[in-house]
Design a protein around this ligand. Structure first.
Ligand code: NI
Length: 432
């Protein structure tokens, strides 16, 4: 569908940070082909025209670290320590997951993400074919990874890596390039050294990037030093798992030498402030990592440790936390945090053609209704969205040139059916 968005305030996040007070964006064959004043937009050549009067258009959010079907465990086990929560509540339930539960759990996550303006996400979980099917139906853009954990025998390890390879062969670059596949060893504390070496080998051999949880807590770091005499970052560096395509979630408990390694390897770091706060993991030194040139982006982590998938909330938490950490309100300003939630996330996940509004780029963008009290008086639109915006302001969502939400209503997904099915699956899983 060819779409024209007119009368919009446009936040481009392009090289020059161009802001257009009132203009149009033309989309043809999934690509942005026009950005400019309303008069010259040639409205007649587009089959669909959306009047955005009173609204703002910005790049869609990129949630760079998530476990979609953990929506199944949302509000099931809260107020617990990470290791307790994982080993006594989450891992036993994950053993009971089914294709069906992951499918409906993923769709539930997608309803929430689209409605709050997310166009792209990275997922690491199980039964990923179910999630791939859900991506195909929803129209979202995604990095999918089969979660890899292994302390067990060789055969078991091979079976999980084989599933990863099958996912890669079947889905990488599928759905018009909307799906990419990565390898996802869970962490240094759930994968043996032999296993991590095997994953590093596969990554090199197949040219597939790796996403992993890294230095999420001080406890993880302490155990790693006791076991291997090195920090998790140094350990992964020695195993050959760090490069400019690696996506490392958290990096909360990193010291200066870890940051040096992450910077020199150009590793992409995903900050998950909501999850880190809820699990009392600590505050990642985001401003410091950014100052060293590290590409830091944003994620929510799974809905069970956040407990929502709202990137607007995540932006605000990220900004606040860094200001507190530095005891300095000038740290991590609104523009930077918005780029972390969009442009920087797209680059981290290898979707370089998305993440900003520029002619020739893929059309992944959202329309926010700014005719609301919390946007008045109107000064700086970026500040307004970051510090005053609500996810319910999102009115329309376009992904890969396709309209997936308009007027606040989902087009590709049946919300009511998804709620019903997800609830049924969740009760079955938890035996309630
Ligand atoms: Ni995670």
């Amino acid at each position: 569908m060819d779409i024209l968005l007119k009368n919009a305030q446009i936040i481009t996040l392009d090289e020059n940070d161009n802001l257009i007070r009132e203009g149009s964006i033309g989309i043809r064959n999934n690509i942005i082909d026009y950005i400019g004043c309303n008069k010259q937009s040639h409205e007649e050549v587009y089959s669909k025209v959306i009047d955005c009067k009173g609204g703002a258009v910005m790049p869609g959010f990129v949630n760079a670290h998530n476990h979609l079907a953990m929506t199944m465990f949302r509000n099931y086990a809260d107020d617990m320590k990470l290791m307790d929560w994982l080993f006594t509540k989450i891992f036993p339930l994950e053993d009971k997951l089914t294709e069906d539960a992951v499918y409906w759990g993923s769709l539930l996550a997608m309803v929430e993400m689209i409605k709050s303006g997310t166009t792209t996400f990275a997922d690491m979980y199980f039964f990923m074919e179910s999630t791939a099917r859900a991506v195909s139906e929803s129209g979202m853009r995604a990095v999918l990874s089969r979660g890899l954990q292994g302390e067990s025998g060789e055969e078991d390890l091979d079976y999980r890596i084989r599933e990863s390879t099958e996912l890669l062969e079947k889905y990488h670059n599928s759905n018009n390039g909307r799906i990419k596949v990565m390898l996802a060893p869970h962490s240094v504390y759930t994968c043996s050294e032999a296993y991590l070496r095997k994953v590093a080998g596969k990554s090199r051999e197949q040219g597939v990037p790796v996403q992993i949880h890294l230095s999420e807590t001080r406890e993880e770091v302490k155990t790693c030093i006791e076991k291997f005499g090195r920090s998790p970052v140094r350990y992964l560096e020695d195993l050959g798992l760090l490069n400019d395509k690696t996506v490392a979630a958290h990096c909360v408990a990193v010291d200066d030498s870890d940051i040096e390694i992450l910077a020199s390897r150009k590793v992409n770091v995903v900050h998950n402030p909501g999850s880190n706060m809820k699990l009392a993991s600590g505050i990642a030194p985001v401003a410091k990592m950014l100052s060293k040139g590290i590409n830091v982006c944003l994620g929510t982590d799974g809905a069970s440790s956040n407990n929502n998938l709202d990137m607007l909330e995540e932006m605000r938490l990220a900004a606040y936390l860094q200001k507190i950490l530095a005891d300095d309100p000038t740290v991590l300003p609104a523009e930077m945090v918005m780029k972390m939630a969009t442009l920087r996330g797209a680059a981290a996940l290898g979707f370089e053609n998305a993440g900003s509004i520029e002619v020739g780029k893929t059309a992944d963008l959202i329309v926010l209704n700014t005719e609301k009290a919390h946007y008045y008086p109107k000064y700086n639109i970026i500040s307004a969205i970051v510090y005053s915006g609500n996810s319910s302001d999102v009115e329309a969502v376009i992904i890969d040139g396709n309209l997936v939400m308009e007027g606040g209503h989902l087009i590709t997904l049946d919300e009511e059916r998804i709620f019903y099915k997800a609830q049924k699956c969740a009760l079955k899983l938890t035996g309630q």
